[in-house]
Design a protein around this ligand. Sequence first.
Ligand SMILES: [Zn+2]
Length: 459
Amino acid sequence: MALDWKVVDRWLMGEAFTGSRIREHLAELCDEIGPRWSSSAGERKAVAYIRDQMESEGLDNPALEEYQLETWSWESAKARVVEDNTHIDLLPLNRCPPFVAEGKIVDVGYGTPRQVEMAKQDLSDAVAVMHLAFEPFTTPVHHAIRLQALAQAGAVAAILIEKKVGRRMEYHSASDWRDPGLAEHPLPTVVTSQEHGTLLRQLANRQKSIKLSVHSKFYNAPSWNTTSEITGELWPNEHLVLGGHHDTVLGVSGGNDNASGTIAVMEAARALSRLRSETAQGPGRTIRFVTYSAEEQKLQGSSAYVAVHYGPENPPRLAINLDELSTGPIKGVVLGFPHLRELVQRQLDSMNDGLACHVMAQIDPSSDHFPFLRAGLDAAFLWRWRFHGRHADSEFHHEAGDTSDKLNVRELKEYAGQLARLLLRLSHVPPLEWPDNSVTPAQVAERLEAERGEIVRVF
Ligand SMILES: [Zn+2]
């Protein structure tokens, strides 16, 4: 089967732009359904919608894959200055345990070893206040490690100061996701706004105390990944994966994070499915489309997907992960391991849009490519412009302001079209020309150990 790439490219980009269903998917997922915390009623509606859409667009084998999620939620979180009952902005970190604590407010700056050492005699039974940001000019240290130092010094709780201004607060995690386990807190940790962080530091200077209380609970509940595919016409038993998480943090409708990635999966699938039905041109190897649950809960959905589908047999030739595509337009692809670099770059070159293939210097645990990489499977993340600080709409995730207007519709059309072109090309690379993957999970574990504590470069 020889494809006429000029016709195929024109067709896929044209369909991605003029046949786009981005705006209806966005309205349904973000405005109608809204927050999609995994295991919630919102997620249940979202996965049913995605599956039904894939079916109506002619995808093969649309399905929901259920698994048991270890989840968490909170009902109330309060902070009051003991001396005068002043209210302090507060958001628990993900998986914050239920707790009540009262203690002296101790300012530990950026929580560097030097600053923790200086504050040590005051930290026992105290509530530490620490910048989430890194200390300027010093080697950046992950906040998980800084929190461990505060716990060891005897602090009863930690309040992190948000980096963003304007009383915005994001959900954060208290652990490094490269570490095993379920992101538990070294000590109960909450976040406050930048403005109230400044206030807390003044109160610390004046020897004031604070009372914190968080009501939260841990429980297990079913959750779902969605899957569908376009069966390969030459090598149906080999496959590629295009995926992105459909879930959000609690109470956030997630326009950028990650209706953008979810809808790009749906739109690339739709364009390729229409190409097949209307022009009889299909992929060589199978292309599987997956939306993952619980990315925001330490990648539990993609971890379950990898555990269920991949033993030693039938690994994906490549799994491409999409997350937060509204931070700027597409620049290319970044691979976890180097051996596919030339192959992917050749396909990008043939697309003639100046897209580039890079390789991660460190194994990036920030999204759903990580469970694949941890298993030694070839996976990639999208390289994209990140206009933080310049385009006001491009830096929203994990907070109430990440609404449907934060998804850039026009840019997402290009993502969908380019991904469809790239996947179709990759699907037609003959098996003998595809480099072998000799990476083992043991080698990855060794690398993760060596890279432990480093801040991963994501630009
Ligand atoms: Zn995300």
